[in-house]
Design a protein around this ligand. Structure first.
Ligand SMILES: C[S@@+](CC[C@H](N)C(=O)[O-])C[C@H]1O[C@@H](n2cnc3c(N)ncnc32)[C@H](O)[C@@H]1O
Length: 315
């Protein structure tokens, strides 16, 4: 293992396994194994619904005694610090021994600990016969506040899916210009703004545009929302998310779906589409290549699933 290694831990509902793996593929360029991954990439845990913790590793050793000696040699001074033991898959260290190890580390850090309101949290963990020590960054779940957005819409996508769509579309690149082509009440835009991505919105329905704008303003986010049929939007984007209309509230025929997708294809080379139907043929008809696909069943509703399609223009 080299310097600047980050250990990420993941947690998700079983209906979200495929989506979590898809997000990881585009964010980290690697799959999650044993609910964790090691990466050189530094991603804010709160930008994903599935990343639980990130450990910024700065010491590691096969030998625990050597590791704690190394901690001492670092001469760490931290007023109000805390040390947490992060249990990773395969670590069967009993609880009492884990507590003793936390004490070992605590005695090697200068400053008074603060368990309840720490200024910094250190982590100790053990994985595949190596001990790791580093700084622990947790998902702060502040994005849960978006559940209380002033204007909601019954066709809105779940926050978990919204966050994953943003990460898949941007592939972690904050500079990418992105559009939510059918933004509804702005669920996806809220997550993009929260994570610091550049995304605009578009919707044909003026009331939903107004609601999305009010939702963004409520959380002090800024973005541009175009009240427009997507076929009349002529700006171009690095990536576009399309949460296609479905059911009675925002119904669409097969023709509507085909023209929405064709209109988006005219303004971007990269699309992440959400549908309830199989749209593989529509994607190939517009000259796009399907890169990835996954299905996300709705919790508690076996018969309803959202299909996620990642595709790029054929070159
Ligand atoms: C499934 S909803 C999107 C929900 C949204 N993602 C949210 O979480 O609130 C589909 C949206 O597509 C919009 N829509 C339908 N046809 C459109 C078109 N031709 N151009 C732009 N938006 C369109 C509808 O008004 C509806 O808001």
């Amino acid at each position: 293992m080299q310097q600047n290694t980050y250990i990420y831990t993941f947690k998700h509902d079983k209906t979200e396994t495929a989506l979590c793996q898809l997000e990881s593929k585009y964010l980290f360029n690697q799959p999650i194994k044993n609910q964790l991954l090691f990466s050189k990439l530094k991603i804010a845990p709160s930008s994903s619904a599935f990343i639980k913790k990130r450990i910024d590793v700065f010491l590691y050793s096969k030998n625990y005694e050597i590791l704690i000696d190394e901690v001492k040699k670092q001469n760490i001074f931290a007023e109000g610090f805390k040390v947490e033991y992060v249990v990773l898959k395969g670590d069967s260290t009993p609880y009492k021994i884990r507590l003793n190890k936390l004490r070992d580390i605590g005695y090697r850090i200068e400053g008074n600990p603060d368990y309840y309101n720490p200024t910094i949290t250190y982590a100790l963990c053990y994985y595949e016969e190596i001990w790791y020590f580093g700084i622990l960054i947790k998902n702060n779940f502040n994005w849960h506040q978006h559940k209380q957005k002033p204007y909601s819409y019954s066709n809105s996508i779940s926050i978990h899916i919204a966050k994953a769509l943003v990460n898949i579309a941007a592939a972690g690149n904050k500079k990418r210009s992105m559009l939510d082509a059918c933004c509804g009440a702005g669920t996806i835009l809220l997550e993009a703004c929260f994570a610091g991505y550049k995304m605009e919105g578009c919707d044909i329905n003026w009331k939903l545009c107004r609601d999305a704008r009010k939702n963004l303003t409520h959380f002090n986010y800024t973005s541009t929302i175009y009240r427009s049929d997507i076929r009349d939007l002529y700006r171009t984007y690095d990536a576009v998310i399309v949460d296609l209309p479905y059911n009675l509230l925002s119904k669409a025929t097969d023709n509507d779906i085909a023209y929405i997708i064709a209109s988006v294809a005219a303004i971007t080379d990269r699309m992440v589409i959400v549908s309830t139907a199989d749209i593989a043929i529509v994607i190939s008809n517009i000259g796009f290549k399907l890169l990835d696909y996954c299905s996300v069943p709705k919790r508690g509703k076996i018969s309803f699933a959202r299909k996620i399609w990642v595709c790029e223009k054929e070159r």
